[in-house]
Design a protein around this ligand. Structure first.
Ligand code: MN
Length: 238
């Protein structure tokens, strides 16, 4: 039995083949898992539990089916942070907080989406502070679906323009922030997504080997982290 971690699927009507891949994953490998963790950006956009986009309906139904036999944990990403209790109910999942420590086969492991570790990207952190403000979110959720869609479109345009002008290094994690988060939670292992740079990084922390595992995105193919007692490995899904 293995525990599976995925992130950054960015499910969207623009890439129906990735939705199909995800559905096959849910009906296949995920069924055999001890637990499935989705560490953010499952959806390209989530504008409130009261307005599920039609393209997401099948995935939601399949998540619900899976959750009847496999524990399903989902974290917010920078795209789908408006998921709430309604989403938990429709998928049978449990939403995780921003920084969660689990015992992964005896190893305390910190789980994060990863965007809060990209502290060199000041413009993004500023934007994040705004959209994660509860008042801002409450206000947004009172708007009509059409207004929310329009606003999301606008922010995506801004984000696209800004990202193009940014150096790649700025959009990666800051090592100091990584170590700070790991020290704060007393862990030597961290799993996150967001940067779309799958890898297993090893470095020294508190005089011991520490591990930072980065999950793959689901753009060309899918990816997952498979953890069993004693080992974790990154695998491709296609
Ligand atoms: Mn992300």
């Amino acid at each position: 039995m293995a525990t599976l971690f995925i992130s950054d699927l960015h499910l969207s009507q623009d890439r129906p083949e990735i939705t199909q891949l995800f559905l096959r994953f849910l009906q296949g490998p995920a069924r055999q898992a001890e637990a499935l963790y989705i560490l953010g950006d499952l959806f390209e956009v989530w504008l409130g539990d009261d307005m599920v986009l039609p393209d997401y309906q099948t995935a939601i139904t399949e998540l619900k089916t899976l959750s009847q036999t496999v524990p399903l944990y989902i974290m917010h990403g920078n795209r789908d942070f408006l998921m709430r209790e309604g989403f938990e109910a429709m998928t049978g999942s449990r939403l995780l907080g921003e920084e969660v420590v689990i015992e992964l086969y005896g190893i305390p492991t910190l789980l994060m989406h990863g965007d809060t570790l990209c502290t060199d990207d000041l413009a993004y952190q500023q934007f994040r502070a705004m959209v994660r403000n509860p008042q801002w979110q409450t206000e947004l959720l009172t708007r009509t679906p059409a207004e929310r869609l329009e606003l999301a479109r606008k922010y995506r345009e801004i984000s696209k323009t800004e990202t193009q002008g940014k150096e790649a290094a700025i959009m990666d994690v800051n090592q100091g922030s990584v170590e700070q988060a790991m020290r704060k939670h007393h862990v030597q292992q961290l799993i996150h997504g967001h940067t779309h740079r799958p890898a297993m990084h090893e470095f020294k922390l508190n005089g011991q080997v520490a591990k930072r595992i980065v999950l793959a995105d689901w753009y060309q193919t899918g990816g997952m982290l498979v953890c069993e007692a004693g080992s974790c490995r990154l695998a491709t899904i296609d």
